[in-house]
Design a protein around this ligand. Sequence first.
Ligand SMILES: Cc1cc2nc3c(=O)[nH]c(=O)nc-3n(C[C@H](O)[C@H](O)[C@H](O)COP(=O)(O)OP(=O)(O)OC[C@H]3O[C@@H](n4cnc5c(N)ncnc54)[C@H](O)[C@@H]3O)c2cc1C
Length: 418
Amino acid sequence: MKELYFDAAVIGGGAAGMAAALELDTAGLSCAIIEREDGLGGILGQCIHNGFGLIEFDEELTGPEFAERMQEKLAGTRISVFTGATVMEMDTLPEIKTLYCYSARWGVLKVNAKAIVLAMGCRERNRGNIRIPGDRPAGVYTAGLAQRLVNIEGFIPGRNAVVIGSGDIGLIMARRMSWIGCKVHAVVEILPYPSGLTRNIVQCLHDFDIPLYLSHLTTRIIGRERVEGVEVTPIENGALMQEKAFIIPCDTVLLSVGLVPENELSKTVGVGLNPMTNGPAVDSMLMTSVPGVFACGNVLHVHDLVDYVVEESRRAGGNVARWLKGERPGREARVKAGSNVRYAAPSKVDLERDNKLYLRAMIVKNGAALEVKVNNRIVKTIKKNHVQPSEMLTLELGPKDLEGAAGVPDPMIEISIN
Ligand SMILES: Cc1cc2nc3c(=O)[nH]c(=O)nc-3n(C[C@H](O)[C@H](O)[C@H](O)COP(=O)(O)OP(=O)(O)OC[C@H]3O[C@@H](n4cnc5c(N)ncnc54)[C@H](O)[C@@H]3O)c2cc1C
């Protein structure tokens, strides 16, 4: 068994893990990235469409190109990279943390570090999570799995597809399937508005004449050996209109019904979760409830843009360095998601520093106002031309905005959209 010591160890070598590690290296700390796949980049490797890096590199890149740019930055640093190594267990003693990694190359690799960064990304919700009734035929895939099959493994999952859920991965796969010669008959969405970015609705559905059924529920998957069709039922005024149900024949179903932070490993060491994000609850330094364990990227909350993942993860890396040098958060206030806000991350802000928050709306609205209250008093209002759940919002709060919380016991920041 190989045993190694670092100042910090990063679990996951996607955009988040690489960005956090780069920041740790810049701060002069020794660090390792442990990645279970054979290469770095995470989900970026299978996203061969463009639209990545507009903020970070001021260029429109594909996922693999974005990953390559990040890897170029790693070259020449002292960061130790272990690919093909899966972290299976963690010990988080106050003075030292240990990661037990299983790898075909080294057997068990024991990585000790003073701090850990969780950057394990997220996983797709599947048929079991949303309980679609019907048969259990072959031909049902999550959209991300289908994306991997097409873009990396070189397989065509089917010829006639229906996409369930209008999340970004499903929209991108509707276009990808059309490009490889499949007929995509429909995208079916339970909500009255799309779950994906507007640009993806236009570029992936409208440009390919793929119908989008909003307020429609997939009520059955049909087929014994292989998928033969799906039954779709409209929803009107909150009620299922069974008499209006119809069948769309197809041989393939792609599910794009949400992503959940990958938190199985985190839970084994008692990391407290935020029920609104399903990722770890973190303080203003992005540190979880376990001292010395930090989180960033999609493991913390599901991001729509890789640029925000990198920005947040850089901050996490910088915070680990500050924490290892003995810095601790100043006075903090809890952050509460108020009306029409699904969540705001992190769960706390530092009253003495500049903070950046990421939030998601629960409504679709033009001419909205983002409102920040400190102990029930409005301190900031920001006008937004348009808000929708699929587009993450950002909010900067500095000491000046938060001065009303000084001297108040257990201060609370509430963020609402009106
Ligand atoms: C289909 C799709 C399309 C997208 N399109 C765009 C777009 O057009 N523009 C844009 O800006 N953004 C886009 N995004 C978003 C962006 O690419 C992602 O949010 C970002 O790349 C996520 O980075 P991450 O590092 O948090 O997670 P990931 O990339 O998922 O990386 C996590 C890594 O952790 C590893 N890991 C997990 N558990 C372990 C373990 N126990 N041990 C070792 N390693 C482990 C995984 O193997 C993985 O490599 C898209 C995302 C998807 C899924």
